[in-house]
Design a protein around this ligand. Structure first.
Ligand SMILES: [Zn+2]
Length: 168
């Protein structure tokens, strides 16, 4: 008997997994536009599959934001990243992702993630914000601005840019 383990898949899995392995898994509706943008051909294939497309509800998104703020990964997560994380946390399912920030947040929350094609992150890291001017450090707030690179806010004390640093 084949046991079908339902998982939440990130967009890397949608792109790289064998098509038959995608069936029966869960993805965020927000990934559709992302996949179509990255690979229109793949999107054509994926549309025909039996994937359970879900919208993360507000409570799950809030939970995802809270967990990612606590681990410090939040500033580097995209909207789609947060949706995928929210589905995994809300539905209490494993997350398939190669994004080490998503893996780290899942681990931080005590949840399981597996990687698409590489070994997952073993260690859990916590990230804090450090001022490039006065070196003052602060926790990552839940309303932090999010982008894949660049600074992560301005210092309350001196106005210089804040950067993410690993908490020691
Ligand atoms: Zn400062």
């Amino acid at each position: 008997m084949v046991v079908c383990l339902m998982r939440v898949l990130d967009t890397a899995a949608l792109l790289h997994w064998p098509v038959h392995e995608l069936n029966g898994n869960i993805c965020s509706v927000g990934q559709q536009a992302e996949l179509e943008r990255v690979s229109p051909q793949r999107w054509m294939l994926v549309q025909a599959l039996d994937i359970d497309w879900r919208d993360a509800n507000a409570a799950w998104l809030a939970q995802a934001r809270e967990c990612a703020a606590q681990s410090g990964d939040l500033p580097r997560l995209s909207d789609v990243d947060l949706e995928v994380l929210a589905l995994a946390l809300g539905l209490q399912l494993p997350l398939v992702t190669d994004d080490y920030r998503l893996q780290n947040t899942m681990k931080f929350s005590g949840r399981e993630s597996t990687s698409v094609d590489t070994k997952g992150a073993k260690q859990v890291w916590t990230w804090i914000r450090r001022c490039t001017g006065c070196r003052h450090t602060t926790e990552v707030p839940e309303d932090v601005a999010r982008s894949k690179k660049g600074d992560v806010g301005d210092c309350d004390r001196c106005g210089a840019a804040l950067v993410l640093k690993r908490k020691r």
